[in-house]
Ligand binder design. Structure first.
Ligand code: ARG
Ligand code: ZN
Length: 890
């Protein structure tokens, strides 16, 4: 039942315009649709008109006003003999049942309102249509609904008319002038209020920006609005892309399968990415809002004006738009060091999620070749690795070159549905002679090959010739369906550092003079050597600066060299990377044994202390360096994974850092208190991040020593903190530090949440993510099970579900992977239970088992058994079936 990329064929018919009329009602909504259909002259003649439709009741179907015969096939409405004309109208009337739609795809209800989600294939759950992205139509939409229950009626584009109807109903007519695929359709009918703001764009045009939320939430929309205004300005300034609509709306909804959705002119958002006040949202939440608001706004050009020909091209819009939102957040962060912090954060995310995906059963290329359920392919590979591929192109052609490429892309393809090839071609064509243009065919392996390539670097220095030879080797492991891999084009941004910390001028053999102290080597062969001249002493190579390619780097560097990089590298990313590598080496060295983590050596501790105390470094950066690599990342370095052992060693590392740097943590805590009013900017949030890491360490150390002072202070913070960042951090410090005060703090936190859904999500997540005590025999699962019965818990709300079940299964390896298999039993039960409600979310939870094959026994066998139980269930969605069957395939 797999859909294959090579089977793409243009549709036999186009739909040019759509007139939709909705009689909205949660139990039964009536949809009248009038489609202007044209035959595709390029398609084979005599084909049937095949419309998609799912969970619909058809009331009527007329072609050019006459009844026409049709038949139903699984998910399809087939009209075998449409009028034999080049163009005709099709009129359809059908009903759907929003209130029964627990999948949250199509038209559904949430807290009394009606909302839609159509990407990827939700429009067919509203009415019959050619629900594929290459069919682009101009939409006119009339909404009719009860005025008291649904005072706000929104759809894409511009409001044309509104007024009252009989029986307490009212209507609104909307028109979107831009042809769009059905996945960008949206409607909202609800009791909402909005914050609005008029802005004037560079061109002098006026636009109305609106953020719609439930009554009572208006005071939490300031940051979303500010982010939207900044996004509009940024896209104009950086890419010359203006807002093309008079009105741009964001609507927040609390039941939503993902982060947000870029429907033309009517972005629909998970409340998590709209609502924020200092009292309810952390610095991380504020940053998330800025990036998601930017992301959806940037889709207006990269996604909506130019869209995807088919869903295999998803990364065309997603990879590019993630790249754009990452750049936006970096530009907003300001200072070079704040930019580096953002980059480190993004790479951490890539390694935590995309690298394991690329090494597991769901591994797929950035442009997949086949899928069973497209919803399973909204992945870190398509999004985040896709963004890395775009970033490499930008690196290869330079900042101006990339802008030229984007200009050419819009010149060629505005208004079209295109492919990833079209994008790469435009960037290359705008930069003839660039490393991208010269190697374009080979570069595109990044789109076609799954798996994370490995880059190995070895250097050798010759004192007599004063030459340093750097040999780079690339290799890639087989992945499902791809036994052999071709070498990739890898931009390796690099420099050479002398052991006393100088950046050395870089002159390659054959060159007249040095070209600065940083350059980009472009590796295209399986192995290449680069010879640098005039190097007196063996240097330390700083490679892959800024993480210039999404690969696993084996730098071959030992501690001395890593400490040099940590101290002196000019690239903040590589300084951080050196620190992580030092920590990782110590954990990996201890893993095979059974004893405790050996005492950390003075060199390492001193290096960490030096970073912590360095007045020239940003607090946010220090926090990243002083945080050891996550358990998931450590696991990815192992041929056989023992999650319990990894947890133990990492916890012991934290304990040692807490104890050995005690005086330094005290200082860090004191020195980074923010005394002015709350702002979620890079400077303040960096201080809070470091102060809160210090607090976490002080609590951890105090609990170990039976000292009540720091846990008491943390408890006090949970009670008195004026904002959520500090309150939440203090709560986590008590929970993860195993303080006896944690229970009281949780009770207090629940009280101040006062029913706020997003705060309650944090309360659930903090407990599901709780660090398992080293001698506690697995206490977290019991608490999670108890929380399933908590009155505030619901399986039906995706945010709540993710905060409890998702956090436990996917973010707490030591609690989830239990020797008694109880975590896996819990997983299987939840996946099956949830699959009947919301298959998309069930499939996400199902992926917690992706990496079961690398687990050590007894975990591995128990995991297989749980997977087999789910796979053996008689009633399984395509979504979950695809995930578990791939996991079990060999
Ligand atoms: N296009 C949306 C975004 O990235 C996400 C849509 C996800 N759709 C899905 N079926 N998972 O902004
Ligand atoms: Zn997106």
């Amino acid at each position: 039942s797999a859909i294959r990329r090579e089977d793409y064929a243009a549709p036999a018919f186009w739909i040019r315009t759509v007139e939709l009329t909705f009689d909205l009602d949660p139990a039964k909504t009536i949809v009248a649709s009038k489609l202007a259909i044209e035959r595709n002259p390029q398609a084979a003649p005599g084909q049937a008109l095949v419309l998609h439709g799912e969970d619909l009741t058809l009331l009527r179907c007329l072609a050019d006003g006459e009844s026409v015969s049709f038949r139903h096939e699984e998910g399809l409405l087939v009209i075998d003999h449409p009028p034999e004309k080049d163009a005709f109208t099709l009129e359809i009337r059908n009903t759907c049942a929003p209130e029964k739609n627990t999948q949250l795809s199509g038209l559904y209800t949430s807290t009394g309102g009606l909302f839609t989600q159509c990407e990827a294939e939700g429009f067919r759950r509203i009415t019959y249509f050619l629900d594929r992205p290459d069919v682009m139509a101009v939409f006119s939409v009339t909404l009719r609904a009860d005025k008291a229950k649904y005072p706000v009626l929104l759809s894409n584009g511009n409001l044309v008319e509104q007024g009252s109807l009989d029986n307490g109903r009212h209507f609104a007519k909307w028109h979107d002038p831009f042809p769009k695929p059905s996945y960008l359709f949206a409607l909202v009918a609800a009791d909402l209020v909005c914050r609005e703001q008029k802005i004037v764009s560079r061109s002098g045009k006026e636009h109305l920006l609106q953020v719609y939320v439930r009554r009572g939430d208006l005071d939490k929309t300031e940051h979303a609005m500010a982010s939207l205004i900044a996004s509009v300005a940024w896209d104009e300034a950086r890419f010359g892309l203006p807002l093309d609509l008079d009105r741009f709306m964001i609507v927040a909804v609390s039941d939503f399968n993902m982060g947000a959705m870029e429907n033309k002119g009517l972005n629909v958002f998970n409340t998590k990415y709209v609502l924020a006040s200092p009292a309810t949202a952390t610095d991380g939440d504020f940053a998330g809002i800025e990036s998601v608001v930017g992301h959806e706004y940037f889709h207006n050009w990269t996604g909506n004006r130019i869209t995807c020909r088919d869903w295999f091209q998803l990364s065309l819009k997603e990879g590019l738009t993630v790249y754009r939102d990452q750049e936006f957040s970096m530009d907003m962060a300001g200072s070079p060091s704040a930019r580096a912090v953002k980059r480190i954060d993004d790479v951490r995310g890539l390694r935590a999620v995309q690298f394991p995906e690329d090494a597991g059963p769901m591994a797929h290329p950035v442009r997949p070749d086949r899928y069973q359920e497209i919803n399973n392919f909204y992945t870190a590979t398509v999004y985040e690795k896709g963004a890395e591929v775009v970033r490499m192109m930008a690196t290869l052609v330079g900042r101006e070159g990339f802008r030229r490429g984007m200009d050419l892309y819009f010149e060629r393809h505005d208004g079209q549905a295109v492919t990833c090839d079209d994008f790469a071609q435009a960037i290359a064509d705008a930069n003839p002679g660039s490393a991208l243009a010269v190697n374009l065919a080979q570069f595109k392996h990044w789109y076609a090959q799954a798996g994370t390539p490995r880059l190995t670097a070895r250097g050798s220095h010759d004192v007599t010739t004063r030459r340093f030879t750097l040999t780079l080797t690339q290799s890639a492991l087989p992945s499902p369906g791809q036994p052999d891999k071709q070498p990739c084009v890898m931009p390796v941004v690099m420099g050479l550092i002398s052991t006393d910390g100088r950046a050395l001028p870089l002159r390659l053999a054959g060159e007249e003079a040095a070209h600065g102290t940083e350059r980009t080597l472009v590796l295209t062969q399986p192995e290449e050597s680069f010879v640098f001249e005039d190097i007196d002493d063996a240097p330390v190579p700083s490679l892959l600066r800024g993480f210039s390619a999404p690969v696993v780097l084996d730098s071959g560097l030992y501690d001395g060299a890593l400490i040099t990089l940590l101290r002196h590298d000019h690239d903040a990313f590589n300084r951080w990377e050196a620190g992580q590598r030092l920590a990782l080496n110590r954990l990996l060295a201890a893993l095979p044994g059974t004893g405790e983590l050996p005492a950390l050596d003075d060199a390492y501790i001193d290096a960490m202390r030096a970073v912590l105390r360095d007045p020239a470094l940003d607090p946010a950066f220090k926090e990243l360096v002083l945080t050891p690599p996550g358990e998931g990342y450590v696991a990815e370095q192992c041929a056989e994974v023992d999650p319990q052992r990894i947890h133990r060693l990492r916890e012991e590392m934290r304990q040692q850092l807490a104890a050995r740097l005690h005086a330094d943590w005290l200082w860090a805590w004191e020195a980074h208190q923010v005394r002015e009013g709350y702002r979620p900017d890079a400077v303040q949030s960096g201080k809070r991040a470091l102060a809160n890491l210090a607090l976490t360490m002080l609590v951890l150390d105090a609990v170990a020593k039976g000292d009540p002072v720091w846990p008491g202070r943390a408890y006090q913070r949970v009670k008195d903190a004026g904002q959520m960042t500090d309150r939440h951090a203090a709560l986590k410090a008590l929970i993860d530090g195993h303080s006896p005060l944690a229970q009281g703090a949780l009770a207090h936190f629940h009280g101040v949440a006062a029913g706020d859904d997003l705060v309650l999500d944090k309360w659930f997540a903090a407990q599901a993510q709780a660090a398992e005590p080293l001698d506690g025999g697995g206490v977290v699962l019991g608490r999670v099970k108890a929380l399933l019965k908590h009155p505030d818990f619901s399986m039906k709300n995706p945010n709540r579900l993710r905060s409890l079940v998702g956090s436990f299964c996917r973010e707490n390896p030591a609690a989830f992977h239990r020797a008694d298999a109880a975590g896996y039993v819990f997983w299987a039960d939840r996946v099956l239970e949830l699959d009947a409600i919301n298959p998309q979310i069930a499939a996400r939870i199902a992926r917690a088992m992706d990496r079961w094959r690398v687990l050590a026994e007894p975990y591995r066998s128990a995991a297989r058994e749980a997977l087999a139980r789910v796979a053996g269930s008689a009633k399984l969605s395509d979504d979950v079936r695809e995930i578990v069957s791939k996991a079990l395939e060999d």
